[in-house]
Design a protein around this ligand. Structure first.
Ligand SMILES: [Zn+2]
Ligand SMILES: [Zn+2]
Length: 338
């Protein structure tokens, strides 16, 4: 288990206090919730996974705000809960938090709402899509079943949670949060601007490029949305400090945003280079990544699939074995550069 970082406090140009609360959301993986105190209102942005230490860490973070900053930071006192996107490490703990935060209305982007109110449906539908994706990616059959089982295990269903308010791009929520919709990593992903502070969730992170999947698996994900959303992120004005859902606070937001977009385009270029002869997504992933094991392999296949999809949408790579597509229901597709 990694050590839990300290709670940190920041202030925005419009007088909000923002507390960064660390939580161990998965083994060896830390995420941050943010408690925002503005005009006497308490808002919690994201709630952790609800797994392992996550709840206890969240409560410990609130306690630190109470004792060190003398603020009434309890779940019971929350006025609002905002979920930045429908990934477990950000919303999995919502059921529990909601039980204690009786007065807090839950707000999410309209495209994240289905995950919260009916997680089981999302899991099953995506699972079926994943089976088809792995087949077309050319993953050998026995291996495919293993990956699929892993995918379904990693997506254990969460009980439905009520949503009180849906968000759209450009909304100003509670006179505090400017909503910036940035689909790509997830369909209903939002960044929240509070004065000169930007909560970037998983869209812009300083140390890693985020997980991406093809849009054929889930609408509003995929590289086209992701890159458009990175361009949009660079156009947000007046950001002095960016706080993501993971990693460390970012003081050079615009440089990090630009670097993230450039890295995304370079990775697409790398996949294009692998299409000098007809190859499946499975073969391309094996060329690019040295070791592919466990859940990482699934993630890398999804990323490679997302990049091939982007190139194929633009006619830069084409399906080489069209005759197989004509004859079989769901054959492995080979892509080649035009
Ligand atoms: Zn995420
Ligand atoms: Zn995350």
């Amino acid at each position: 288990m990694p050590d839990l970082p300290e709670v940190e406090r920041f202030e925005s140009s419009n007088g909000a206090q923002i507390f960064r609360l660390p939580m161990r959301v998965f083994p060896r993986y830390i995420a941050y919730a943010h408690l925002v105190v503005h005009d006497g209102r308490l808002t919690l942005v994201d709630v952790g996974s609800g797994l392992g230490e996550s709840h206890a860490d969240l409560l410990r973070g609130l306690e630190a705000v109470r004792t060190e900053y003398n603020l009434p930071a309890t779940l019971e006192a929350l006025d609002r809960i905002i979920i930045t996107h429908g990934h477990i490490d950000h919303f999995g703990g919502l059921r529990y938090v909601r039980e204690h935060a009786a007065q807090a209305g839950v707000a999410v982007h309209e495209l994240a709402r289905p995950v919260l109110i009916r997680h089981a449906e999302r899991v099953l539908v995506t699972g079926k899509g994943m089976e088809d994706f792995l087949r077309r990616a050319g993953v050998p059959e026995d291996h495919r079943d293993r990956l699929l089982a892993m995918f379904m295990f990693g997506k254990r269903a969460f009980p439905p949670v009520r949503v009180d308010r849906t968000l759209r791009d450009g909304d100003l929520l509670d006179d505090t949060f400017r909503v910036i919709h940035v689909p790509g990593h997830a369909p209903g992903l939002v960044m929240l601007q509070i004065g000169d502070v930007l909560l970037t969730a998983d869209h812009i992170l300083p140390g890693t490029s985020v997980a991406l999947a093809p849009e054929s698996l889930m609408p509003y994900t995929g590289l086209s949305h992701y890159i458009e959303s990175l361009e949009k992120a660079e156009r947000v004005e007046g950001v002095r400090l960016a706080l993501g859902g993971h990693e460390w606070p970012v003081r050079d937001y615009y440089a990090v945003a630009r670097r993230t977009r450039e890295a995304a385009l370079e990775k697409i270029e790398r996949v294009l280079d692998c299409c000098d002869q007809p190859r499946t997504i499975y073969e391309i992933a094996r060329l690019i990544y040295d070791t592919l094991e466990g859940y990482i392999e699934l993630l890398k296949l999804e990323q490679t699939g997302a990049r091939i999809e982007y190139l194929n949408q633009r006619g830069l790579v084409i399906v080489d074995n069209l005759e197989a597509l004509e004859q079989e229901h769901s054959p492995a597709l080979r892509y080649r550069r035009v």
